[in-house]
Design a protein around this ligand. Structure first.
Ligand code: ZN
Length: 436
């Protein structure tokens, strides 16, 4: 087998493994607190050594308060014959997340005020939450809704909302420096594959792959309930966030849509340039969008008090696909190959961050004579040879201490890996030294 073929097989296997992980976590009824997110974090612990933190309900975190812990055992709506016409056991999306407990009999008219459907997508169940307003409700397909007869129904939600904890998971992988790369994803959605589980799977496998490599940076992976989790983590770690030099939120990376990278708040960070560069040279379809204060937790990391260089890597953005926040974001919607290609992009971005440096040309007066050093060997050769030579010339010319390798790659139009190899060879020949 050729090495390119064996590499492709490895990537296929990696995609299948991530997909199996998504499938394993899919049935769990997650929410922003409770046993579902704990079970999920324990599932991640089967792959990487997560530290789990429990923060008590009522803890003040900036302008927010850690809510009561929500757990659910069962929920249903049963008709006059006792048949469950809406059943949490069939899909955990049937119950509005954070629904208060109820046990009552009521006519359809009264029940209807608590039912949510998608008339435009009559087969799908919507995903609804009510974290910060006490209420209850059921979500169902519009077909199911239309089948409800005008009679009295038994309504049961066997849930609890009590003093408890908010739970999040963290994995810190130390590097040569305490400068950190932050990778954050939410782990609080119930049975939704792309929005939630794809990010968890890719982050977990990215963390695994980083364990094995040499690391200039330290890496921090966060698995959190969306919004309140990131706010809580930032409140508990306010004094440490200055270590974060680069970061990205990872979500929605399992579907077959084109890539989207949403820039950090400042829009000029190295992470923004690294994603744009890697995507441009990936051969994949992509868009790079500006920061907006809506979406995922990039808006917490990018709030004015923190203003961290944290972007968001997705395929199609939240809300940009009809399956978003519905039962159609299921195991059929995410693909092993999409997961593995998303992982590859994140790994390539890390390669760029790790190797991106400023160098100084040690023979800055006119051009160094490459021929006598054996660096000009491929004149008249193939395109790869010519781009290697161009890489030497670009790196030498722009290594004045003021340009990073990534900036040189961008300016030259060459892939970062070509520029990096050239810099390594020139450094080996004593023609470059690392800027302080
Ligand atoms: Zn979501």
């Amino acid at each position: 087998m050729k090495s390119s073929e064996s590499k492709a097989v490895l990537w296929d296997e990696c995609g299948e493994e991530m997909y199996r992980f998504v499938a394993e976590l899919y049935p769990i009824c997650r929410s922003i607190t409770g046993e579902g997110i704990r079970d999920t974090l324990r599932g991640i612990q089967q792959h990487i050594p997560l530290t789990i933190t429990e923060v008590p309900s009522g803890t003040q975190v900036f302008d927010w308060t850690v809510p009561l812990e929500w757990n659910i055992r069962d929920a249903y709506v049963a008709d006059g014959r006792g048949v469950r016409v809406i059943d949490f056991k069939q899909s955990n999306l049937h119950v509005v997340s954070y629904s208060t407990p109820i046990e009552a009999r009521m006519p359809l008219r009264e029940l209807k005020a608590h039912l949510f459907t998608l008339p435009d997508r009559p087969d799908w169940i919507p995903y609804r939450t009510s974290y910060y307003k006490a209420s209850w409700g059921f979500c169902l397909s519009h077909h199911q809704y239309l089948d409800l007869r005008d009679e009295d129904y038994d309504v049961v939600i066997d849930s609890s909302l009590k003093e408890g904890h908010l739970t999040f998971g963290e994995y810190y992988i130390p590097g040569e420096t305490t400068d950190e790369v932050l990778i954050s994803c939410h782990a609080c959605h119930p049975s939704l594959c792309n929005d939630n589980l794809s990010g968890i799977a890719v982050a977990t496998f990215l963390a695994k792959s980083l364990q094995a490599r040499s690391r200039r940076y330290s890496y921090r992976f966060l698995f959190l309930p969306v919004t309140i989790g990131a706010i809580t983590w930032l409140a508990l770690n306010q004094s440490r966030v200055s270590n974060i030099k680069h970061g990205f939120v990872l979500t929605g990376v399992g579907d077959e849509g084109a890539f989207t990278y949403k820039k950090s708040r400042g829009g000029q960070a190295d992470i923004d340039a690294a994603f744009a560069h890697v995507l441009r040279h990936s051969g994949e379809s992509f868009t790079v969008t500006d920061f907006i204060p809506y979406g995922y937790d990039e808006r917490q990391y990018g709030s004015p008090g923190f203003n961290l260089p944290v972007g968001c890597f997705m395929r199609r953005a939240n809300g940009a696909y009809p399956e978003y926040h519905t039962s159609a974001d299921n195991l059929g919607f995410v693909k092993p190959a999409s997961l593995s290609r998303s992982l590859l992009v994140t790994q390539s971005v890390i390669e760029v961050l790790e190797a991106n440096r400023n160098y100084i040309n040690t023979v800055p007066y006119c051009e160094a004579q490459l021929g006598k050093r054996g660096l000009y060997r491929s004149i008249g050769g193939n395109v790869t040879g010519r781009s290697a030579e161009m890489a030497f010339l670009w790196v030498l010319n722009l290594s004045d201490g003021a340009h990073t390798l990534l900036q040189i790659a961008e300016r030259s139009g060459l892939p970062f890996s070509t520029i990096q190899r050239a810099a390594e060879e020139l450094e080996g020949q004593g023609l470059l030294r690392r800027a302080a």
